[in-house]
Design a binder for this molecule. Structure first.
Ligand code: PEP
Ligand code: NA
Ligand code: MN
Length: 589
């Protein structure tokens, strides 16, 4: 399929180490993928679901010890520990290579190695980057075929170039004690072993499109961010684009596929999805910031997805989708998960493969992190610009978190530098859903804590540098939102979901200079009357509470911010320190 010498000699080297019985190149043809589906079904690796109700859909369950990303086993192996920074695990590259070579040696004996050429971003786009993943898992091949652009066309695009990311995955025996997700940014290399769970093994996603790409972005002057991209169309038919970063479990996929409230829909407002997880950002020739979604599919969390919470995601997963670790409704061989509806099937196989009358996992039929892998083109609100090789111009960048008391519903940063600080101080409070104490503040700068491929302090500096390369009137405006504000009884006071559109409209009005704002110690707040709450059951006092900045609560948060930043020592950019001092001063006035 290729004469590329770099590709072929690397493949020889990896095959000599892992010793597969056979090597199969993935050409991207439907025929080859169909044969692989049939093979996976014949070995039990996948289950074919009801082909009338869920055409082209399959089911897979992972090992019970292998159901999520493993941050404690994820490494950034830069030459020095400083380069990886305090929020990443690090080991010296030569030491890690030696350790992993021992694990990979002979690991594919008796198995087939698949060679998956893939493109992150539309093939041939100036934003796009190529990877080749070697794996011994058909499940990985079939997921990569949904999540990325794969096959011969990618090799043709690569030609003789050595500019590709070398990805190696071996499932081995899924031993959690020898599980490693390792990045060698200087070598454009990713090695993953002893897992078969999405985020650990679909190496184009978190490993390449965020960790390696953030490193490349720093080197090459662009950005790889953990952001959704959506287009908001007004009644005049103009579309403005917003990128938004939230930590896990804040509803990123839901926001990306938002359905406007009836009242705004009738006026002619629409939302278009460009991406739900990752944005690659570049400064265009006109000096504005442009975004592409490097992915071709959605790897979404199933539980909580329903017609009400995310109709578009549910529609996306009705054909040609792979379900992982959800429950199976045995009555009709379809799928079920908590939150889909209120009727758990009686005759049901839970995610572990046991019948429902056996033990359930913490009382759940589907694993809380069970997933659907769905082609983006299935999405009813997919943007017409989804395949645009030039990307879409970004008007606003939105940061968010889950905060009971601190952050107001929305505020705007004063300028780019302040906006970087707002992103750097992003945080979320833990919920009862996760193990551990409730209400503990976890700082997650730009939602990139698990995904930054180099020193987080240098990443802040890169953000500041990017701002300096754009004129203030062309750079996106930066905002912070909080859909999770609570009253004193712990009830959410903002309705969320589709009504979040009302906040997005204020954000875009601000970008266009159509609305005034109120200055506050933390940035610009909306004037109460400027948020469109028509047809919403929300009183004046609640609106006021949503927009309150409690100085005492904020001063407490500032202390926490300061402690967090201390780990970066002298590497922390002076601009971040400046902004911290300004915030302290503003709050003490
Ligand atoms: C993943 O775990 O593969 C993944 C996509 O993670 P998250 O949902 O946290 O972004
Ligand atoms: Na995850
Ligand atoms: Mn994500």
């Amino acid at each position: 399929m290729t004469n590329n010498k770099t590709v072929l000699s690397w493949l020889d080297e990896m095959a000599a180490m892992t010793t597969p019985d056979e090597i199969v190149w993935i050409d991207g043809s439907e025929k080859q993928l169909e044969d692989l589906r049939a093979e996976a079904v014949s070995t039990g690796e996948m289950i074919q679901l009801n082909q009338e109700k869920l055409p082209g859909c399959y089911y897979h369950r992972t090992a019970e010890n292998d159901v999520a990303r493993v941050e404690d086993r994820t490494f950034i192996c830069t030459p020095t520990e400083e380069e990886a920074g305090p929020v990443n695990n690090w080991m010296a590259p030569e030491q890690m290579y030696a350790k992993l070579k021992a694990l990979y040696t002979g690991s594919m004996k008796g198995r087939t190695m698949y060679v998956i050429p893939y493109s992150m971003g539309p093939v041939g786009s100036p934003f796009s980057k190529i990877g080749i993943e070697l794996t011994d898992s058909i499940y990985v091949v079939l997921n990569m075929a949904i999540m990325t652009r794969i096959g011969q066309k990618v090799l043709d695009q690569l030609g003789d170039s050595a500019d590709f990311v070398k990805c190696l995955h071996a499932k081995k025996d899924v031993n959690p004690d020898e599980r490693y997700i390792v990045h060698f940014p200087q070598d454009s290399t990713i090695w993953s072993i002893n897992s078969a769970y999405g985020g650990n093994v679909l190496l184009g996603k978190k490993c390449f499109a965020l960790r390696i790409a953030s490193y490349l972005g720093k080197k090459e002057g662009w950005m790889a961010e953990h952001m959704l991209i959506l287009g908001l169309e007004n009644p005049q038919g103009e579309v403005k684009y917003i990128c938004a970063a939230f930590p896990s479990a804040c509803g990123k996929t839901n926001l990306a596929m938002l359905i406007p409230p009836e009242y705004l829909k009738e006026k002619g407002y629409k939302v278009w999805t460009v991406g739900d997880d990752i944005a690659w950002l570049r400064i265009g020739k006109d000096g504005r910031l442009y975004a592409i979604n490097p992915e071709a599919g959605f790897f979404g969390v199933a539980p909580g997805t329903s017609e009400k919470t995310n109709f578009n995601a549910l529609e996306s997963a009705k054909k040609n989708t792979i379900f992982t670790n959800v429950a199976i409704n045995n009555a009709d061989n379809t799928v079920w998960w908590e939150g889909l509806d209120k009727n758990p099937p009686e005759d049901c196989t839970e995610w572990t493969g046991k019948l429902v009358n056996g033990k359930t996992y913490e009382g759940k039929l589907a694993h809380p992190n069970s997933r659907f892998t769905a082609p983006a083109i299935n999405c009813p609100c997919i943007s017409s610009e989804f395949e645009n090789p030039e990307g879409v111009p970004v008007s606003a960048i939105v940061f968010g978190g889950r905060r009971a008391k601190t952050a107001p519903l929305v505020y705007q940063a004063r300028d780019w530098q302040h906006g970087v600080f707002v992103g750097a101080t992003m945080a979320s409070e833990t919920t009862a859903a996760a193990a551990g104490a409730v209400g503990v503040v976890r700082r997650d700068p730009m939602a990139m804590k698990p995904f930054v491929g180099y020193n987080m302090a240098d990443y802040f500096a890169h953000w500041i540098e990017m701002g300096k390369k754009m004129d203030a009137d062309k750079a996106p405006k930066i905002f912070h939102v909080n859909w999770f504000r609570q009253d004193e009884n712990g009830n959410f006071i903002w309705p969320g979901f589709g009504d979040n559109m009302r906040v997005l409209l204020w954000i875009l009005d601000r970008c266009e200079g159509k609305k005034d704002a109120v200055e506050s110690p933390i940035g610009y707040l909306p004037k109460k009357e400027d948020l469109d709450v028509n047809n919403l059951d929300i009183d004046d006092a609640t609106m006021e509470e949503l927009l309150t900045v409690d100085k005492a609560v904020w001063l407490e948060d500032v202390e926490n911010q300061e402690q967090y930043f201390a780990q970066f020592g002298d590497r922390l950019p002076k601009e971040i320190k400046e902004e911290l001092e300004t915030l302290k001063k503003n709050l003490s006035k």
